[in-house]
Design a protein around this ligand. Sequence first.
Ligand SMILES: *Cc1c(COP(=O)(O)O)cnc(C)c1O
Length: 382
Amino acid sequence: MKIAVPVPFLDLKIQHQAIQEELLSAISKVIESQIFILGPFVEKIERRLAAYCGTDFAIGLSSGTDALLVSLTALGVGPRDEVITTAYSFFATAGAIARLHAKPVFVDIDRATYNLNPNGIEKAITPATKAILVVHLFGQCAEMNPILKVAEQARIPVIEDAAQAVGAEYQGGRRAGSMGTIGCLSFFPTKNLSAMGDGGMVVTNDPKLAEKVRMLRVHGAKTKGEHLLIGGNFRLDALQAAILDVKLNYLDNWIRERGEIARSYRELFEKANLDQKGIIFPEERYSEQGLSHPHTYHQFVIRVPRRDDLKNFLKEKGIETAIYYPLPIHLQPCFAFLGYRRGGFPESERAAQESLALPIYPGLGRIQQEAIMEAIAEFYPS
Ligand SMILES: *Cc1c(COP(=O)(O)O)cnc(C)c1O
């Protein structure tokens, strides 16, 4: 008889135990300094992440959602403006647009990568288009060259939602967040580079935008008491900055390990001939030589027949999986006023029905992966 191997969807304990002492020492330093708001800890992680992403500036913010909101605000997006974005992402992407009373204009995704299909952008551009908000979903960059080309021709800025893709490389070794006008990172605890709470960052090469974002995070003030813009409290905590400063040292190794787990999944699936059962593995689009992280595998998302049944079957065996995303954004109840209908973006709707994210995180064992593969093979008998 086989012993069931429980597999949580994400286990952060493994990551944190290995660096616990370093984390505690970093936290102690912040406590000793009594500098909790901005200051040297935030400045240090800003410098390091700007260098890591390959941009001139980085500004620490309170979350990835706020990074999107502040980026759109800094670009002047407001009522009656339109922002082109993907119908298939975490809600925050479109939510940030709508919160500024601008209109999200959705474009469908590429079936193989789940990323925005560049072919849909040109048709979506109108005189009201103020920006294109691209998402690098699941840890792989969207097709930036054609997107940047269309944007350049139309003179529209490009915002990159790189919340899931810190460190991901595109052709030429350019990193997520550094290719467009402004890039947004998230340090939500489940992300590849994570805080112990909420956190986010904006990266950009544009000094004027950087200055604006810096002001917007402190209620639009440049010097104390004088408010040039209407901003908010959008600051990254010093404690989170100190934690990120420790974790950034390990990020490249963690991303590499995610890549190894992905390779091992492919190997196991091929051995079990699961591709013949209608299961589709994630595509690695950028195989150019010399890229260290063509895909950072924030999620390992497969497509499967009878998805919900499989998910329940695995759950009964103690294997947790997740659905990103069960409902595309254009069909969210709160966006009914935009007038989109089912059938509007077939690839996004199809992905919402077929996609299933398998556990992937540093420390996930080969035995656990084998258990997952065996359970899936058992669900689809030959
Ligand atoms: C996580 C995420 C966000 C939001 O980040 P938070 O830090 O949770 O606010 C935005 N967009 C995408 C694609 C994300 O995955």
